[in-house]
Structures are given as C-alpha cells and as structure tokens.
Design a protein around this ligand. Sequence first.
Ligand code: NDP
Length: 610
Amino acid sequence: MPNRKFADGEVVMGRWPGSVLYYEVQVTSYDDVSHLYTVKYKDGTELALKENDIRSQSAFRHRKSQSSSSSPSRRSSSRSRSRSPGRPVKGRRRSSSQSREHKDDKKKTVSETSLAPLALKPSENNTRRYNGEPESTERNDTSFVTSEQKLKPDREIARVLEQYSLRSRKEEKKKEEIYSEKKTFETKKVIEKAPSKTKELEFGGRIGTFMLIFFLPATVLYLLLMCKQDDPSLMNFPPPLPALESLWEARAFGVFLLWFFLQALFYLLPIGKVVEGLPLSNGRKLQYRINGFYAFVLTAAAIATLLYFQFELHYLYDHFLQFAVSAAAFSMVLSIYLYIRSLKAPEEELAPGGNSGYFVYDFFTGHELNPRIGSFDLKYFCELRPGLIGWVVINLAMLLAEMKIHNQSMPSLSMILVNSFQLLYVVDALWNEEAVLTTMDITHDGFGFMLAFGDLVWVPFVYSLQAFYLVGHPTAISWPVAAAITILNGIGYYIFRSANSQKNSFRRNPADPKLAYLKSIPTATGKGLLVTGWWGFVRHPNYLGDIIMALAWSLPCGFNHILPYFYVIYFICLLVHREARDEHHCKQKYGLAWERYCQRVPYRIFPYIY
Ligand code: NDP
C-alpha cells in the first residue's frame, strides 16, 4: 500500500507550478515510483504534482477567513491580476517595498492570492477571471484570456514552462512508457532529458524519402528542359536527356560557390539586431542576427555595379541548367556533411522530426535541428539568403535575357509583373526575417536534404519558372488584364501579410494593445489560439494569401500552356500537406483546445471549400 496522503477522486487544492496560486483539482491517480499525483484542473489540464504542492480544501477555508480579515488591502491588490490554471503566473518583478512586503507576509500572501481567483465575482474586477467553468462558457473565456494575456507575455510564460517543464499528462505518459520496463525514472527531470525518437514517419517513410531524393532533382531537370522547348506541352514526350558534359560547367559551379560565400559573408557582417529564437527542448535559446534585408541591399548594390560595368547577367539564362546542376550537387554535398556531423550531435540537439534512426529518412528530413559552425547557423542562413535572394537575381537575368533575345528596349508587361510580384514577396520575407524563427522549418524540421535542396535548388530554379518561361514564350497582356492581375496579387499579399503579422505579434506579445480586439482560447501550454481576426476566418489564412499570390504570378504567362502554372499547382499540394503536418503537431501540442479551435474555425485554407 503506497504511503499517500490524498486518495483518487479526492477534490483538493493544487498549486499551479511556478506560482503561489492554488486551484481546485481532482486527484486522478498516484505514481508510487515517482511519488507524483496526477491531478485534473477544471479546464481539463492534467499535471503531475508533488505532495507538497497539494493541500486539502479545509486548510484553505480556514486560512481564507484569517487572511481576509487581517489584510484586506493586499487582497484587493491581488485583484489587479487575473490568473488561471491555464496560464502560469508572470515572473514577479516588484519594487523593493513590494518585495519586502512580499517576504514578510509570504505565507499569508500564498493563502490570500490562492483563494482570490476562486472567490472573486466577475463584477469585482474590470478583467474577467477564470471561473472554473467547463467549455460551455468558452466565449466568455476567450475575452478573459485576451485581457489576461496582457499581463503574461508569451516569453514569460515560456520561461515558466521551461522552468517547470509543464507537459500534458498524455505526453508524460508516452515518455514513461519508454522507461516503464526498467522503471528507471526517478524524478521528472530524468524523464525530460530522455531522447525522443521520431516514431511517426512523414513523406511516405523510408521508401517515400528515398524516392524523393531522386524525384525532386529529376523534376527540376524535367521542368527546366521542358521550359526550353518551343512547344512545352506536358502532353509531349519529355525531351531527351542532354549529354552529361553539357550539364556541368566548372565556371557555373565557381560562380555558384562565389554567390554562396558572398551571401555567407553578408550574413556574418555585424549589422542588424541579434534576437533570440524560441526555446529549444533543453530550454536554451539560440541567437540569430537579423540582417537579411541588409544582405539584399548589398546584393542589389553589387549587381548594379556589375551591370554598370557591362557584365552580361543573361549568362545566367544561357547556363541555367548548369547552374541548377551546380546548386543540386552542392546541396547534396552539404546534406552529406550535415548528416555526418549530426552523428556527433548530442541527442537533445536532434530534430524532433528527423530522429527516426533510419539513415535515409533522417538524411532526407534532417537529423540535427540547428547545425551551427560557431555562431553561423547553416539552416537559418540557407532559408532566406542564397536561394531566396538568388531567385530575384535569376528573375532579373531572365528579364534582361528577354530584352536581349527579342531585341526589346523594354521588358514585356508580363515579365515586369512577374518580376515585381516576386520581388515584393522576397523583400517582404527579408524585411520580416524574424518571423522565420517561429516557422516549422526552424523549430521542428532538421536541416537535411529536404531543406538544403529546397532552399538552394527548388526555390531559385523552380520558383523562377514563370520568368524563364516568358523568355522563350513571350506573352502579351493588355493593361486592364495586367491591372486585374495586380489587384489579385494585392489581395493575396494583404491576406498573407496581415495574417502572418497578426499571429507573429500575438505570439511575440499577446498583451499588445493593437491586438486587444482579438479573441483567443486558452490552451494547457499557456499559449492562446486566436479565434477571431484572420485566424478565425480559416485555420491557415496565410496559406490562402500565399496561394492567391501564386496564381497571380502564373496568370501573366497566359493560358497556352500549363507549365507556368506548375508553381501554383505544386504550391497548393505543398501547403495542403504542410497544413496537415501542422494540424497534427498542433493537435499533439494543444489537445482538446485545438479541437475546440477546429470546431470554431472549421475550414483549413479555403473558406467553405476546404
Ligand atoms: P504558420 O505561420 O502557418 O504557423 C503555424 C503555427 O502557427 C502553428 O504551428 C501554431 O504554432 C501557430 N498557430 C496555428 N493556429 C494558430 C492560432 N489560431 N492562433 C495562434 N497561433 C496559431 O507556419 P508555416 O511555417 O507553415 O508558414 C509561414 C509562412 O510561410 C506562411 O505564410 C506560408 O504561406 C509561407 N510558406 C511559404 C513557402 C514557400 O515556399 N513560398 C513554403 C512554406 C510556407 P504555435 O502555436 O506553436 O505558435
């Protein structure tokens, strides 16, 4: 018989980790090995608590009556904060007098503040408080959370979460299973450091990823070869493979290397602010220099200088295939290097999604999460620099090639539209570079072949397909059509930008007064989920905007062939798949709260369609 103080089913007061607050909880089980009680809060959150963090309800009733009479003033001061089990308490930054007071009356404060949230009526405060009601009061809960978040920015919440390692009980159970055979776990900390293997394989598992390693380069080759054809109909037989020697040019490879290292040099320049990324599984935060936009400006200056000295940029067009092959070869070598170095990386630095133990799978998805050489972050660098900036340089080369080949004094209207739309997209990404730190690519996916090839080959050589197509297949469009396409791109951009900004601002500071009009629902992790604004419209409004823009980039190429629409078709597939991956991760992260979000916002990307 285990030596335990509280029985299963007993309703007691449980301390919310990281705070001095106690809430009514129900004991659901007890682990006699770890000596932890599993308790359930009224919002459904389950946590494992030590016996010291649990009190009987009678003790509280007694203290409440004592303290309320002895110190009413402090009682009222506690009203200015709104707290709930779903939201750990913000780090306490006090004035010296406050802290003295705090020290003196620490015990009293515990009992007073502990009871306040349960005792207060909504009318007693200008902010709504957690009232322990079940989900049926969600609408009211949301307004409570919105106002409450003003007091608890995500960073602070993350700090408390890190400190106390709050995880849902379900997740804890999974980890326990790993250890259950030997019962080797002694404390919660030991469980946390357990290496987590990737169990659910994506992209078709080992076979799928193996095939993708060949399929992706083959697709690029096919698209570029087709684009060079006079009749690029996809109904035609693929053109014959060019001789191997014609695919490789040492000079093109040299130029590619020069480009890559020039961008690396720009990345290393000590200009631009340094920011912290999201906390890693070990609680550490990596630092990133935000200077992508400066790199772009420096690159633009370098290109302008080259053009001034009559450098023929359309060399890129003439040797496009060789450049693509050079980039592919480089990304393969880089991926091999990344995999080899990942074998020596500590377990805690491996990517949650790329640690299956299967060579091919981990090589493809990326084994190490944030490979760095000193402070040089390889993944972060490749995400936005050589490929993305390279894309607009390629577009410019296509524009110049079009003028030269067709003897035009001006680029075509179609070419101008494609160049301008995509330039806007790239500049926007670089201007908002910090936002990339919260994307799945940085926080979840490792750096392996998928991202290396995607960043260095797919983005610059496939995303520029419309401009490449227009050089060989001039398409005239009228001004009204151009205006309509521009409006479409503007709508897409507006949705894309405002949705991304709304979420990023909310994640960075949920208390941002500019977001006061938005509502969110609480989750057990302490982070909220927006349920109004763009994120209440569909579950991925940013994808919707991105897809609308993708269509606007293809339309200037006319309707003669489907080839220039490859990007929008592929992009819809990519984002539908990405949405499913994200959905899966969010379900794991937020559980019930995510399901509630999905009920409220039923459409994923396209309103009333999908
Ligand atoms: P998102 O920016 O869409 O972020 C998804 C994350 O947002 C979720 O994991 C969750 O993370 C958070 N979230 C989801 N719902 C809510 C909500 N209701 N309230 C608050 N937070 C929520 O991820 P991506 O990295 O996929 O996309 C970033 C941008 O990049 C998009 O605009 C996309 O279109 C674009 N993109 C472009 C590509 C291209 O090749 N051109 C390729 C891929 C993406 P958490 O709760 O942990 O914060």
